[in-house]
Design a protein around this ligand. Structure first.
Ligand SMILES: [Zn+2]
Ligand SMILES: [Zn+2]
Length: 381
């Protein structure tokens, strides 16, 4: 599908407007209002979901078929912009440093294009403008409101500064890591450092745990799964001659396989209990499931690859990232696929001088519009 110069220039203007007016997670009030205006100017139906921020729109094809979704995230970050762009943030201390302004206008552009080509759609395309990705709560809040009801599959992207414009990175299964947090308290009995047999020493328990826990990755995890377990904080005791009554460990686990994400906390808890009990103590194990794995469904790999090739863009194997992305929540409910979109930027995500090449808008618009047509066609077959 052809992206006209007129549409492209309009989208670049809109992207610059959003860049100048970034808003933090769940505070995207103006962005939401603008999106509703832009959608209605283009005769695209906004669905009546009761959302404080974020917009759900829909394009009904002329042919019967299922519903698929395309998602863009719309929030910005609490970063003071230092990029030398002619349209810097006017909202001091807030910046589109993750390129969600680019995601927003690209998906808007795809919606505008699809709305003009409804005759080519075997079904319906739901457009999800999601709030609050940066705090990993937006996707979940939309799922709770029912935005995935009746949706067969969902597609999304993240811009990738280290890939050139016109390059799209594709990889099935784990693309972005799960991010989980833990808090483990070893409880003993405090007392005199010179009379340890009257105590139960939680420092010894915690010390054993810190070294033993690495054996989970080395000895218990499947060779073809990968993970890191990092203990990032140890707190216990406050002087040299007293054994404390508890030690608290904190840290994070990252992995790329849902199976590993499932298994690791069970193994960690088992190890903590056995060490605590082995020393006569107890343990409290708190697990905070923060973000699932961005787990791309292989069933859509081919249609995505063919879409990229059909548009004569460059298809590359996507390199996985240990950063998290809340697109993963949708994929725990329905199949989905998330790709890297090359934007040829000078810096990584969340950098105060983050910037991108706006030529990538044209690529992303063509990709998502064509993918929607092709994916619905695949479902219809
Ligand atoms: Zn980000
Ligand atoms: Zn982002």
């Amino acid at each position: 599908m052809h992206v006209t110069d007129e549409l492209l220039h309009d989208l670049i203007d809109k992207r610059r407007y959003l860049h100048e007016h970034p808003e933090l997670a769940f505070k995207e009030v103006n962005t939401t209002k603008k999106l509703k205006d832009w959608l209605s100017e283009n005769d695209i139906a906004v669905l009546p979901y009761d959302l404080d921020t974020g917009v759900i729109a829909e394009i009904k094809g002329e042919k019967e078929g299922p519903t698929i979704a395309i998602r863009a995230d719309i929030d910005a970050l609490p970063i003071k912009e230092e990029a030398a762009v002619p349209f810097p943030s006017k909202n001091n201390g807030v910046m589109h440093a993750c390129g969600h302004d680019f995601h927003t206008v690209s998906v808007l552009g795809a919606a505008i294009l699809l709305n003009k080509h409804r005759d080519r759609l075997y079904g319906t395309v739901r457009i999800i403008f999601q709030p609050a990705e940066e705090i990993a709560q937006g996707a979940k809040s939309l799922v709770d409101k029912g935005v995935l009801e009746g949706v067969k599959a969902i597609f999304g992207m993240h811009n990738k500064p280290d890939l050139p414009v016109g390059t799209i990175g594709v990889k099935s299964e784990g693309l972005m890591a799960s991010v989980d947090k833990f808090d483990i308290t070893f409880n003993g009995i405090g007392g005199h450092a010179g009379i340890p047999h009257h105590t139960i020493d939680p420092i010894v328990m915690a010390s054993h745990y810190v070294t033993s826990v690495q054996s989970i990755v080395a000895r218990r995890l499947d060779l073809f799964h990968n993970a890191v377990v990092s203990i990032t904080s140890i707190n216990g005791g406050n002087t040299w001659n007293v054994i404390p009554d508890k030690v608290v460990l904190q840290g994070t686990v990252r992995t790329f396989q849902p199976e590993a994400r499932d298994a690791i906390p069970r193994m960690m808890k088992q190890l903590a209990i056995s060490i605590a009990e082995g020393y006569g103590g107890t343990v409290e194990f708190k697990w905070d499931a923060y973000l699932p794995v961005v787990n791309n469904d292989r069933a859509y790999e081919e249609v995505i690859q063919n879409t990229v090739k059909g548009l004569e863009y460059e298809l590359v194997d996507a390199e996985p990232s240990a950063a998290g992305e809340d697109f993963a929540f949708y994929q725990t409910y329905i199949p989905g696929y998330f790709v890297w979109m090359g934007v040829d930027g000078p810096n990584e995500w969340h950098h105060p001088e983050y910037d991108l090449n706006e030529d990538a808008i044209k690529v992303a618009v063509a990709f998502f519009a064509t993918l929607a047509v092709n994916a619905l066609e695949q479902e219809a077959e």
